[in-house]
Design a protein around this ligand. Structure first.
Ligand code: IPE
Ligand code: IPE
Ligand code: MG
Length: 254
């Protein structure tokens, strides 16, 4: 059976100050970490140096999220389409991931950060899969969750979820669960609230197959800053921009 998810669709028509304040809180920030290649080019460095700088940027951002009281940070690290890249770049990215997992273990445990991977993990090498499972186990129960989307595609996730859904929907429907809640709980993100804010760096204005189902009512923040240059000032700008939004979720304004 798949775990019950937590859809964000309960806000309904409530328009009280409390409901508005609640909807200005970021519980879940998601980031499309784009622009590593262009950053490397700008600095006359190989693309992998850009990805290494990107990993450092992720490290910093994770701590800013924690300090800001955000509970979940989901980062798009490798898409189902990124397998099209050169063998050298893909191998380098996988090595970097494996290095990140080993290098960060102590720090994640010490800071109460749970590590979780979404995506087609079976596409990864057996060694990397083992390292991921081990880190997920060791960091379970942290009060902040870092979700890494790896060999992840929103369409792929939905198609895989549909298989589980078919097997479970009728029985759970009879218990009174809504079809959307059942479906949410069949996704890789089961149990994780939908993202409140999705940030994309490097000036691209598209979603590139990221969290297609979960982004239904997310707010978006786009910046020209390349991911390795994403600093605290830019992070604060994204948060400040979100805090001014009126999230109506299909309801009425006050
Ligand atoms: C994002 O940076 C990281 C991954 C997709 C792995 P890119 O590698 O896409 O950087 P650009 O878009 O070429 O600058
Ligand atoms: C999206 O970036 C995927 C990640 C950040 C991992 P891409 O660079 O792959 O996206 P496109 O090709 O510009 O849409
Ligand atoms: Mg890119």
């Amino acid at each position: 059976m798949c775990k019950r998810g937590t859809g964000n669709g309960e806000w309904g028509t409530g328009n009280s100050e409390d409901a508005l304040a609640e909807n200005r809180k970021i519980e879940h920030l998601a980031v499309i970490m784009d622009g590593n290649g262009r950053w490397a080019k700008k600095h006359h460095l190989p693309r992998l140096a850009g990805h290494r700088a990107g990993a450092e940027s992720l490290d910093r951002t994770m701590h800013w999220c924690k300090e800001a009281g955000i509970s979940y940070l989901t980062v798009y690290a490798f898409s189902t389409e990124n397998w099209k890249r050169s063998k050298g770049e893909v191998a380098g990215l996988m090595k970097l991931l494996s290095h990140f997992i080993k290098a960060k273990e102590k720090e994640l445990i010490k800071n109460g950060i749970a590590f979780r991977v979404i995506g087609r993990r079976e596409d990864l090498s057996p060694k990397l899969q083992k390292e991921i499972v081990a880190l997920e186990e060791k960091t379970k129960g942290g009060d902040f969750t870092l979700v890494v989307a790896l060999s992840y595609g929103g369409r792929d996730e939905i198609v895989r979820a549909a298989g589980v859904f078919n097997a479970e929907a009728q029985r759970r429907r009879e218990r009174g669960e809504s079809l959307e809640d059942i479906f949410s709980s069949c996704l890789d993100t089961a149990g994780i609230p939908d993202p409140d804010l999705i940030v994309r760096t490097s000036g691209e204005l598209r979603i590139s197959n990221f969290l297609l189902w979960q982004a239904a009512y997310a707010e978006f923040y786009f910046t020209d800053v390349l991911w390795p240059d994403f600093d605290k000032a830019e992070f604060d700008k994204a948060i400040a921009s979100f805090s001014k939004r009126e999230r109506r979720m299909g309801g009425r304004l006050k």
